[in-house]
Design a protein around this ligand. Structure first.
Ligand code: KMH
Ligand code: ZN
Length: 274
């Protein structure tokens, strides 16, 4: 088998309002339908934020459990729950996400300015979350919004050992106002600083989407796309559905001679529990 590209789709996020972005999947049915379309288009992992009945972000454990079950029943995707939530979510709720027993969870490696807000990830919270992932046999994806967070990841691994599954997988989240810029030279600097043997994907929010996608492909990385990060497909043209972002990423990956990775191969790579 030749080299392939792991595509993660982040279909919803916690930041956009349904009223502003009508194509955003916010109900369970919409999420499962989106996930099926994205799987068909080449995604292997789904990074999940959920909403309540009023389409507001929630970390309700019952809903999270139902979501994990529905995504497992409806797709073969690796289910990654966000532990980042929304910037207003308390630490206890973010830790409790793991009780929904996803395959993977996100784990952000430090605090970062997030537009006019602050996304809080102090060291003791990171450590507690990391230890719980190991106990519960959930594979973390290390979210890196800034170069300093790469240093924090090294510190975490040095002090607390390898994650469940034995493999380190990172996601560079670039172009957040307050985090690292979404450009090629920053991507290269971040990749060069990653732990030996780590795999990585990258995503660029907003107008950094395409520069980061092409930089990641040319640097040998994997891709994250989706409406959590990108609601404009091209100038003046809103994203119609998450699947079109996955289709575009899959086409670019195929052009780069690294077509999308099958979910089964992604499970083996990431060390996700069978
Ligand atoms: N919504 C952001 C504040 C994650 O999913 O872990 C955090 C976020 C990262 O989206
Ligand atoms: Zn997220």
């Amino acid at each position: 088998m030749g080299a392939t590209t792991l595509i993660t789709v982040a279909p919803t996020g916690a930041e956009s309002a349904k009223a502003d972005v009508p194509a955003l999947p916010v109900t369970l049915d919409e999420l499962v339908q989106t996930a099926k379309e994205c799987e068909a288009a080449g995604a292997a992992v789904v990074h999940v934020h959920i909403r309540d009945d009023d389409a507001r972000p929630t970390l309700d454990l019952g809903r999270l459990r139902e979501t994990v079950r529905a995504l497992r029943d409806g797709t073969g995707l690796i289910v990654q729950l966000s532990t980042g939530g929304a910037v207003t979510d308390p630490y206890e709720d973010r830790l409790r996400v793991l009780e929904a027993e996803p395959d993977m969870c996100s784990l952000t490696c430090g605090t970062v300015n997030f537009g006019a807000d602050v996304f809080m990830n102090p060291w003791p919270f990171m450590v507690e979350l990391y230890q719980r992932t190991r106990e519960l046999e959930i594979v973390p994806e290390f979210e890196l919004f800034d170069l300093g967070q790469v240093a924090a990841l090294h510190r975490l691994l040095d002090k607390h050992g390898l994650p469940y599954g034995g493999h380190v997988h990172c996601d560079l989240v670039m172009g957040v106002p307050g985090g690292m810029p979404g450009d090629a030279r920053t991507l290269v600097a971040a990749v060069e600083a990653l732990p030996d043997g780590a795999t990585w994907s990258a995503t660029g929010v907003g107008r950094t989407t395409l520069p980061v996608l092409f930089a990641a492909l040319s640097a040998g990385g994997h891709l994250r796309v989706g409406m959590e990060d990108t609601v404009t497909f091209a100038k003046g043209r809103p994203v119609a559905a998450n699947a079109e972002l996955v289709e575009r990423a899959a086409a670019a990956a195929a052009l780069a001679q690294r077509p999308p990775m099958a979910a089964a191969d992604a499970r083996a790579l990431l060390g996700v529990k069978a």
